[in-house]
Design a binder for this molecule. Structure first.
Ligand code: AMP
Ligand code: FE
Ligand code: FE
Ligand code: ZN
Length: 289
């Protein structure tokens, strides 16, 4: 259990930098959050923690509270599931091994997608590398940026609605643990696990409630309910579930810089819920101003 000191509000707990698929470096992300009125900020790059130090320094310089985080890739059957982890120990061996495995497999998978696309469009792996910060977690957003640079699509959204959509036939999956494993890894590393945007494309894409209850039994701390991609009906279902199990409820922007229309602070997390995250975590301390 961590001491909860006075932290600055309002809080946005889900933002990406160019350490994964955001377009800005970690310091810029924090400064953008500040410019949008945010005073407690988390950095949650996909499957990596390398942005923490830079983001933490930027937050300190602005008198903000910094919550180190990550968005861990998982998969339930065919569904991609994202599990946010907060305040876990970044040196935890099991978690490090798993994120390393996911990142490694993402590279080969991205190369396979590019090879598939290259059969029909003028796109090469070198184009993707040009769009990717050294060492960043590679994903379809970088392929989207390469398609934009090549003039094949206008923006990331058009790429995801078209060429990168699984129905177009170029898609390849990457390795990811099941959500139960993801929740256990984060929790055992002293972190708090929160399911990101659990109802993005309608009810048929949501994990079955009984499975979410298994995750809760395994230590799941909370649900990200206020997120622009959650459906209104889904939010109602999730609020009932959160009340039933006394879960943490968060709201966040999922900012990706210029990569998505999402803006810092478009959804926020209450002070009470930030305090619950901090007090439940034991892996690493928040960086207070
Ligand atoms: P991947 O993990 O490589 O399959 O890519 C999924 C990532 O693409 C997610 O983390 C999202 O941030 C991003 N993404 C998904 N849909 C869109 C979209 N319509 N526009 C921009 N980015 C998107
Ligand atoms: Fe992303
Ligand atoms: Fe996500
Ligand atoms: Zn995200």
């Amino acid at each position: 259990m961590t001491d909860v000191q006075t932290f600055a509000g309002p809080a946005d707990l889900h933002l990406h930098s160019n350490q994964s698929d955001g377009t800005e470096n970690p310091g810029q992300v924090v400064r953008q959050a500040h410019a949008h009125g945010i005073r407690t900020v988390a950095l949650t790059d996909h499957d990596r923690t390398t942005g923490w130090d830079e983001a933490g320094h930027a937050a300190a310089a602005l008198g903000m509270t910094f919550i180190p985080g990550m968005e861990l890739s998982a998969k339930h059957q065919w569904r991609s599931v994202h599990v946010l982890g907060y305040l876990f120990d970044p040196e935890n061996t099991a978690l490090r091994a798993e994120t390393g495995r996911i990142r490694d497999d993402r590279v080969g998978r991205a190369e396979r997608i590019v090879r598939n696309i290259g059969r029909d469009y003028a796109l090469s792996w070198a184009d993707v590398l040009e769009q990717t910060t050294t060492d960043a977690t590679v994903g379809r957003p970088h392929i989207a940026d390469a398609l934009v640079a090549r003039g094949i699509v206008r923006d990331r959204s058009e790429a995801f609605d078209g060429i990168l959509h699984p129905r177009e036939g170029y898609y390849e999956p990457h390795y990811a643990p099941d959500p139960l494993t993801a929740v256990r890894l984060i929790t055992q590393a002293g972190g708090v696990a929160v399911i990101a945007h659990p109802v993005t494309s309608g009810r048929d894409r949501m994990m079955p409630l009984a499975y979410i209850e298994e995750l809760i039994a395994a230590g799941l701390g909370g649900l990200e309910i206020d997120h622009r991609e959650n459906t209104e009906a889904g939010k109602r279902t999730l609020r009932q579930l959160a009340a039933k199990h006394d879960l943490i409820v968060t709201g966040s922007s999922d900012y990706h810089g210029a990569g998505k229309p999402n803006l810092p602070g478009e959804n926020t997390t209450s002070e009470e819920m930030v305090a619950r995250i901090i007090s439940q975590a034991s892996g690493t301390a928040p960086r207070y101003p």
